[in-house]
Design a protein around this ligand. Sequence first.
Ligand SMILES: Cc1ncc(COP(=O)(O)O)c(C=O)c1O
Length: 369
Amino acid sequence: MNVEKIREEYFPITKKIKFFDTANHSPPSIPVQEAIRNYLDDWDNLDRKGDQRTLETIESWSRLIGCNKDEACFQPNTSSGLAVVSEILRFKKGDSIIINDLENPANQIPWLAQRNKGVEIRIIRGREGYVHLEDVEKAVDDSTKAIALSQVEWMSGGRHNLREFADLIHENDGYLVVDGIQAAGALKIDVKKDKVDFYANGAYKWLLGCSGAGFLYVSKEHVANMDPQLWGYRAVEKHSLDRPYLKPTAKKYEFGEPSYLSTVGTKAAIDLMLKLGPSQIETQILKLNQRLYDGLSFLGAKIVTPEERKYRAGIVTFNTKNNLDTISTLKAEGFYISLRAAGIRVATNFFNNEQEVDKLLENVRKQGV
Ligand SMILES: Cc1ncc(COP(=O)(O)O)c(C=O)c1O
């Protein structure tokens, strides 16, 4: 992967700042900006082709995560995708659902809300920055209908082997629901190989797209068997006041008109990643992540992110003796990074380079850990 060419051609923002904040939001790439400008021109000519473009965007996303386009639909964000799933599973009194304390609230709230139906929510405590399969195993019993899990955790950066969790819950005839927003675009995703039942992610982080666009994957067996509880007009194949027919695809989980501006920008971002190659992107991200991890451990920083490589993706979160001082010095030095409750969260992306990582480490060293 020619990182310098990628920076020059697609991410000129890298000339101005050292952008390590994809876990918070995407930087505006040239293809995304151009797609939005072109869309504005088309709109000016009253030729938006919004629905067609949204379908194309969903198709690009389905290629990125390895599913059929009929198993994918538009959602405005991760939360709405997860909320749709929490409803279509039609939990009942006596069921249990497994979540964990490392999740973003987006993947806790829809499940906690099921308590008012008499559903038990079992909350696993993450250890060393990730959810241990054996801890979940102990919590599963005959009542367990679903495990909700992030592929990559938002604060610790811990990464999960989805296939293992899928196999576990499928033995129980339950479902694996995945929040993919910290993973899709960073890792090579294959929802089929991993036997994931539902996968939701917004576009504004590692997908390098826009706020207002997101996606939901529902495997085809579930599309056939699970109807939405809340119906929007986009769910319906044929409008009829006598009998509205639901679409036979995952589009039946859509409601109304999407943000076309967001979908066109997002398509440009996904297509760029498909062109560069998801495996190559993952390799570059993991390489920089390792460099950062090794450098921080050499300096003696308190790292929250798991040490074992297989439990890591694009995030390293660490603490110094004074996080506020460290982050403000880094900002003054032109680094764009987030401070979260768990520590200073650095997202290494494929448009970052080794010099930037080394500069970051040098600054942390000067500040002291
Ligand atoms: C893991 C994770 N899930 C969900 C969200 C929120 O997603 P959305 O705004 O797309 O609903 C975030 C945002 O930080 C996140 O990190």
